[in-house]
Ligand binder design. Structure first.
Ligand SMILES: Nc1ncnc2c1ncn2[C@@H]1O[C@H](COP(=O)(O)OP(=O)(O)OP(=O)(O)O)[C@@H](O)[C@H]1O
Ligand SMILES: [Mg+2]
Length: 337
């Protein structure tokens, strides 16, 4: 069931357009990640949804209700801001119960509800700490608890994990996802981290310059990107000019083509059908080996494969590469990433 519907949303600051006719639909209980480069309008979109900015045009519906011009307090939306925005003069519990008290809930009941959400984010016992007495990861969970305390129908998360180190970030990703599923709260998560979007989201919307370029499941946007921008933003991509592709994979037409590195195999240069080249670079990262191979006309193609002990290729080594025609994706649009 559709929960949020955004139709042709526009927002300008002065005469500078920031959102330019952006449309998006989010289902009940879905976690949709909005992914895009810095300055493309992600926070502005969330602030319009929360009612903190007035759109210059377009409409926002939540649960079938037109909320475009409703004040924030009437929208039942919980928001976690890019910079936590916790109240430094309040302790942890005070931060979490702030919204409840503002909605007229009595001190005892607010306290009970506050402790319940602090338990959910695994911060029980820290109620009385001041904000400067807890870690960055704990602050982030206080911000999440504060947003959840009002039992929102819609949860808006603006880069909630970007300030944290990799380990904490990974743990909190799973944590947030778990809570989101358990409460089945419709969520829009803004991030510029492609991996975070892929790991957390039911669907991903890729934004650039105030527009939504493509919305789809992680697999759809990764394997069938609508254009070059999406292709290169959604992970590593080998972009293959048509005239070269014509020689390599026997394609024609004016379009350029893309193949993901993990679908390119390294083989012996003598294998029948192999394209021959020279290893230009080898990187071992995590459990993955990334090999760059220079083939003809200066074209460099990356291959990625799980690391197996023994026999990493070395720079300058002659190798072959191989890929399946059906894994080549045709791209449209200008290269802008
Ligand atoms: N209050 C404002 N007044 C004028 N311009 C603004 C205002 N807020 C944002 N902008 C501009 O609008 C554009 C979009 O800003 P926004 O904060 O939505 O980007 P973002 O996608 O969230 O970027 P980031 O990933 O860096 O957080 C930027 O060019 C920004 O400078
Ligand atoms: Mg932002």
């Amino acid at each position: 069931m559709r929960h949020i519907e955004i139709q042709g949303l526009e927002k300008s600051y002065g005469d500078v357009p920031v959102l330019e006719g952006l449309s998006l639909e989010v289902d009940q209980g879905e976690l949709l990640a909005v992914l895009g480069p810095s300055g493309c309008g992600k926070s502005t979109l969330l602030r319009c949804l929360a009612g903190l900015e007035a759109p210059s045009g377009g409409r926002i519906f939540m649960g079938g209700r037109d909320v475009t011009h409703l004040p924030p307090g009437d929208r039942n939306v919980g928001m976690v801001f890019q910079s936590y925005a916790l109240f430094p003069n309040l302790d942890v519990l005070g931060n979490v119960t702030f919204g409840l008290r503002a909605r007229g809930i009595g001190a005892t009941e607010a306290r009970r509800m506050g402790i319940q959400v602090l338990d959910m984010v695994e911060l029980k016992g820290l109620e009385g700490r001041m904000i400067w007495e807890i870690s960055g990861g704990q602050r982030q969970r206080v911000a999440l608890a504060r947003a959840l305390a009002i039992r929102p129908q819609v949860l808006l998360l603006d880069e909630p994990l970007s300030a944290l180190d990799a380990k904490v970030r990974e743990r909190l990703r799973e944590h947030i996802r778990g809570i989101q599923r358990e409460l089945s709260v419709t969520t829009i998560l803004v991030t510029h981290d492609q991996e975070e979007a892929m790991e957390m989201a039911d669907r991903i919307g890729i934004m650039n310059r105030g527009r939504m370029l493509q919305v789809g499941t992680p697999e759809e946007v990764f394997m069938n990107p609508a254009d070059r921008f999406v292709a290169t933003f959604m992970g590593r991509a080998n972009l293959i000019p048509a005239e070269l592709a014509g020689r390599v994979w026997n394609l024609d037409g004016q379009s350029d083509w893309m193949i993901r590195p993990h679908l390119v195999d390294i083989c012996s240069p003598h294998d029948p059908g192999a394209i021959t080249g020279t290893v230009e670079d080898v990187v071992l990262s995590g459990g993955t080996v990334r090999v760059k191979v220079r083939i003809y006309q200066g074209l460099v193609v990356s291959s990625e494969a799980p690391y197996r002990p023994g026999g990493l290729p070395h720079r300058g080594q002659p190798v072959g590469i191989r890929a399946s025609m059906e894994h080549l994706v045709r791209l449209t649009g200008p290269v802008s990433a």
